[in-house]
Design a protein around this ligand. Structure first.
Ligand SMILES: NC(=O)c1ccc[n+]([C@@H]2O[C@H](COP(=O)([O-])OP(=O)(O)OC[C@H]3O[C@@H](n4cnc5c(N)ncnc54)[C@H](OP(=O)(O)O)[C@@H]3O)[C@@H](O)[C@H]2O)c1
Length: 346
């Protein structure tokens, strides 16, 4: 396992991070525990979760993922061996069953969210606390274009940052990070941290995979200059980059078979690009999923690649992607496909 420094902190996180958002929906508590055991044995020390999980979110399952991590932590009694990242939800129209709705990145909601996460996780502190998505009108979750809304009333960045600072001082969280952010958003957090002498964000968790390389446009540069590295989510484009859905296949129990609402990675351009990447992998005797993961693993702006798996063979195979170095030929051909079909799944 390779370990990378998380921002400017003294934490060294594994190059692969264990994603958890299927636990409590596609995966049982026993399966979740098995996943963490196998991941830890392979050297993974970093687990990503969120108060909102599992996904797709439902009132009946809200918080279950953190609960399963909590029971695992209690059973193994090894809190100091894992670095736990969680997230607070921001405003949303669909998730009004959480804290009475109207969730904002303000003191009331952030404090309540942290206390509830700590209770579910059965721990005193969360290592990395991330804002799951911005509290403002912006272009994330598949929106490429930005439309300005003059009536938008975001919670100010400096307000959110002050609340998080108080939670760090209280010892409940150690470091802070962003998710689904834009270059402007990241630079706002850095600006206010410097101006008010408050803690800096140390990471940004955004989608990054062969079908969505939008991170490279504005954020990769920030990642390097500001030491705010990428935690890449959905490195397999919800599993599509394994090639298992090509030819309109619907594998049993697979995410896109079970939940038709997920369409980010199945538009015609995404399918065309996926076909090309899968053919490229086969032409070089590579497993398509491992090739897709190895590509993400090889990016210089990456802090950690968040792998998601629903069974142990997937987990073992995805961990093995670390041992795969893509040849110059494969990387060149990936660039050619990317130029023909750039970012079909923003
Ligand atoms: N910040 C955010 O907004 C955000 C958003 C999404 C995810 N995340 C984080 O990132 C993690 C990973 O995201 P993701 O689950 O979307 O990642 P992904 O790698 O794009 O998709 C993972 C899914 O693909 C399938 N899969 C995995 N390995 C495979 C293999 N070798 N062969 C075939 N199919 C395979 C599995 O689903 P099936 O078995 O069902 O096919 C698995 O659950 C999440 O758990 C979460 O922690 C964060």
């Amino acid at each position: 396992m390779i370990y990378n420094r998380l921002g400017q902190t003294d934490l060294n996180v594994s190059h692969l991070c264990l994603g958890t958002m299927t636990w409590g929906e596609q995966n049982s508590e026993a399966e979740a525990h098995e996943h963490v055991d196998v991941a830890l044995a392979a050297g993974i020390n970093f687990i990503d979760t969120a108060e909102m999980y599992p996904v797709p979110p439902r009132v009946e399952t809200y918080g279950l993922t953190e609960t399963y991590i909590g029971t695992w932590l209690k059973k193994r009694a090894n809190r100091d061996q894992v670095i736990i990242a969680s997230k607070v939800m921001s405003r949303s129209r669909d998730l009004n069953y959480v804290r009475g709705g109207d969730n904002r990145l303000n003191r009331k909601h952030i404090e309540a969210a942290i206390n509830a996460s700590l209770q579910r996780l059965q721990t005193d502190y969360i290592d990395l606390y991330q804002l799951h998505w911005p509290d403002r009108n912006s272009n994330y979750f598949g929106r490429l274009g930005y439309q300005h809304d003059v009536h938008d009333q975001p919670v100010l960045v400096e307000t959110t940052l002050q609340v998080l600072t108080d939670q760090i001082k209280a010892g409940k969280i150690r470091y802070i990070g962003l998710s689904n952010e834009t270059p402007w958003g990241v630079m706002q957090f850095i600006h206010w941290a410097e101006k008010l002498e408050l803690p800096r964000v140390v990471s940004i968790q955004n989608p990054y995979n062969l079908l969505n390389r939008s991170f490279e446009i504005g954020l990769a540069e920030i990642a390097h200059h500001e030491a705010v590295g990428l935690m890449a989510y959905s490195p397999l484009g919800f599993g599509t980059l394994s090639g298992k859905y090509l030819g309109k296949k619907k594998p049993d129990n697979a995410r896109l078979t079970r939940y038709e609402r997920f369409t980010r990675y199945t538009n015609p351009q995404a399918i065309a690009a996926t076909r090309e990447y899968v053919e490229l992998a086969h032409a070089h005797d590579l497993d398509p999923a491992q090739m897709a993961l190895a590509f993400v693993n090889s990016r210089t702006f990456l802090t950690s690649n968040i792998i998601g798996t629903t069974n142990l063979p997937q987990l073992r195979s995805n961990i093995d992607s670390l041992g795969l170095t893509l040849s110059d030929d494969v990387l060149k051909e990936i660039e050619q496909i990317h130029r023909r079909i750039p970012t079909p799944s923003p």
